[in-house]
Design a protein around this ligand. Structure first.
Ligand code: C5P
Length: 217
């Protein structure tokens, strides 16, 4: 079974999906982490599109599941928080707009979901990648609130964060992700919209866990 949570950057998708997965004993699939890992490779190649296109064939980005956790690997090695840095965030939407990259990411996600139950978060999961998902959510929140949350999240990981820069990165990514030709960010058909601006974290999680319980029972 698969439950999808799509929405703009910083709307609370990943932290909510992670907590829901824990409560339901499912795996959490962070599709953005795959795009971020390919972006890391793009940066390693000197941000040269020609080099990156060659890298796409000679390197691989995979998902590794163990002990209820799932992590992206670049050529078999974990990438950790290297994929959360500002330079990766600033370049990820351009890399994610490439159809070659999307095809690879989608293939890997579809492979891994055959083996487990998943709560998955992203931009196009309910609309394109898993249109037959058992339940679909579309999570949104005001831009200022999203920027504040992202700042706290980065700081908790010891990554220095500037609120103005985060806000403009989120706005820029919203724009690029919604306006691209392939698999743009959109509310999937049949998705339940959840506006988290004034919801607290526990409420968000409970809302989705209850919806899953209703569906499963
Ligand atoms: O979820 P996160 O913010 O880490 O995603 C990083 C970027 O990856 C997004 O801004 C978007 O450009 C891309 N992405 C995507 N499709 C997905 C998940 C992420 O294009 N399903």
């Amino acid at each position: 079974m698969i439950v999808t949570i799509d929405g703009p950057a910083g709307s609370g998708k990943s932290s909510t999906a992670k907590a829901v997965a824990k409560k339901t004993n499912w795996y959490y699939l962070d599709s953005g982490s795959l795009y971020r890992t390919w972006t890391l490779l793009y940066i390693m190649g000197g941000m040269d599109m020609k080099v990156f296109l060659e890298f796409l064939d000679s390197h691989n980005v995979t998902l590794h599941a163990s002990d209820g956790d799932i992590e992206p690997l670049l050529n078999g090695e974990g990438v950790g928080d290297e994929i959360r840095t500002t330079i990766v965030s600033d370049n990820v939407s351009a890399v994610a707009a490439m159809s070659e990259v999307r095809a690879k990411v989608n293939e890997e996600m579809r492979r891994v979901v055959k083996e487990h139950d998943f709560v998955a978060d992203g931009r196009d999961l309910g609309s394109v990648v898993f249109p037959d998902a058992a339940l679909k959510f579309y999570m949104i929140a005001d831009l200022d609130e999203r920027a504040l949350r992202r700042k706290k999240e980065l700081e908790s990981k010891g990554i220095e964060a500037n609120l103005k820069a985060i806000r403009s990165n989120l706005a820029e990514r919203d724009h690029l992700d919604s306006s691209r030709d392939e698999a743009p960010l959109t509310k999937p058909e049949g998705a339940v919209e959840v506006d988290t601006t004034r919801m607290d974290f526990e409420e968000q999680v409970a809302f989705i866990v209850n919806a899953i319980k209703e569906k499963v029972e």
